[in-house]
Design a protein. Structure first.
Length: 281
């Protein structure tokens, strides 16, 4: 059996062959990993992002389409979906992954920042879901909506309350969407990343003490890889998950199990320092 315990026939099964998929925030980090994995699994991928240079680079490398999109703007999302449907006559999968991270502390958040965080992270997900779902229903039903939440959406966070609140909203929106759209054969799920090796954690991973301390608070004792999220996304978008809807799959190394002993003062200090380092970046 190949490394990682994945059989070759599963790894090369082309589980998304021929399906048209939009991936928002698809040019960097977790979104880029999802774009790459979807393309490898045979999907017709449309990468959408506000980072046009990165978007074009990834799209050119993969030989897929790219379209600039601000998910907080309804007209921009409508143009994205309409363009994909016009070119491919269908849309099978919408991955609402685009988002922004970090925030001032609870007492320091101003109205402008709060609104911007929710506009992108929650309203953006809603717009992508609603506009894609309207097309899916109009064509006769069926399809997949896949959203990106976070472990912080499940547990909250004193240092990034706006981000945590937006991601909690995504979990609730995912459940509501599943209840509303199941009658049309549309499945709605989310992935909830834990601490991953992405740009968001570069700062704390650059300090060995912080990286080691954070890893020790994760039951699997290491940070996740973007590919871990991409694997979960492919599963939820594929027929293998045909009876799963309204679910948030947390890919977190066990962070949310809370089976570890209570954090020591030293561990809590490491967590706070790690968060401050991430915010500084």
């Amino acid at each position: 059996m190949p490394e990682g315990g994945v059989c070759q026939d599963v790894a090369m099964s082309m589980r998304l062959e021929g399906r048209v998929a939009i991936v928002t925030g698809g040019a960097n980090g977790l979104g880029e990993a999802i774009s790459r994995k979807f393309a490898a699994e045979g999907a017709v991928v449309v990468i959408a992002d506000v980072d046009e240079a990165a978007m074009e680079h990834v799209a050119d490398e993969l030989g897929v389409e790219a379209q600039s999109c601000d998910v907080s703007d309804r007209e921009s999302v409508q143009a994205l979906v309409d363009g994909a449907v016009e070119r491919h006559r269908r849309l099978d999968i919408m991955v609402a992954n685009a988002g922004i991270a970090n925030s001032p502390s609870y007492l320091d958040i101003d109205d402008e920042f709060w609104s911007r965080m929710l506009d992108v992270n929650l309203t953006g997900v809603f717009l992508c879901n609603q506009i894609a779902a309207r097309h899916m229903v109009a064509r006769g039903g069926g399809g997949v909506l896949l959203n990106t939440s976070s472990i912080l959406g499940a547990e909250g966070h004193p240092q990034t309350p706006a981000y945590a609140a937006s991601k909690a909203g995504v979990i609730s929106l995912t459940r509501s969407g599943a209840m509303a759209l199941g009658q049309f054969g549309i499945r709605v799920n989310a992935v909830g990343p834990g601490y991953m090796k992405t740009r968001m954690t570069e700062g704390l991973r650059a300090v060995p003490e912080l990286e080691k301390g954070m890893a020790e608070m994760i039951p699997l004792n290491h940070f996740g890889e973007p590919g871990d999220i991409a694997d979960a996304a492919v599963f939820l978008a594929s027929d293998e998950a045909s009876y799963i809807t309204g679910h948030t799959l947390f890919v977190d190394g066990g962070w949310l199990t809370h089976h570890l002993p209570a954090r020591t003062e030293e561990q809590e200090d490491i967590r706070i320092r790690a968060q401050a380092e991430a915010e500084a970046r």
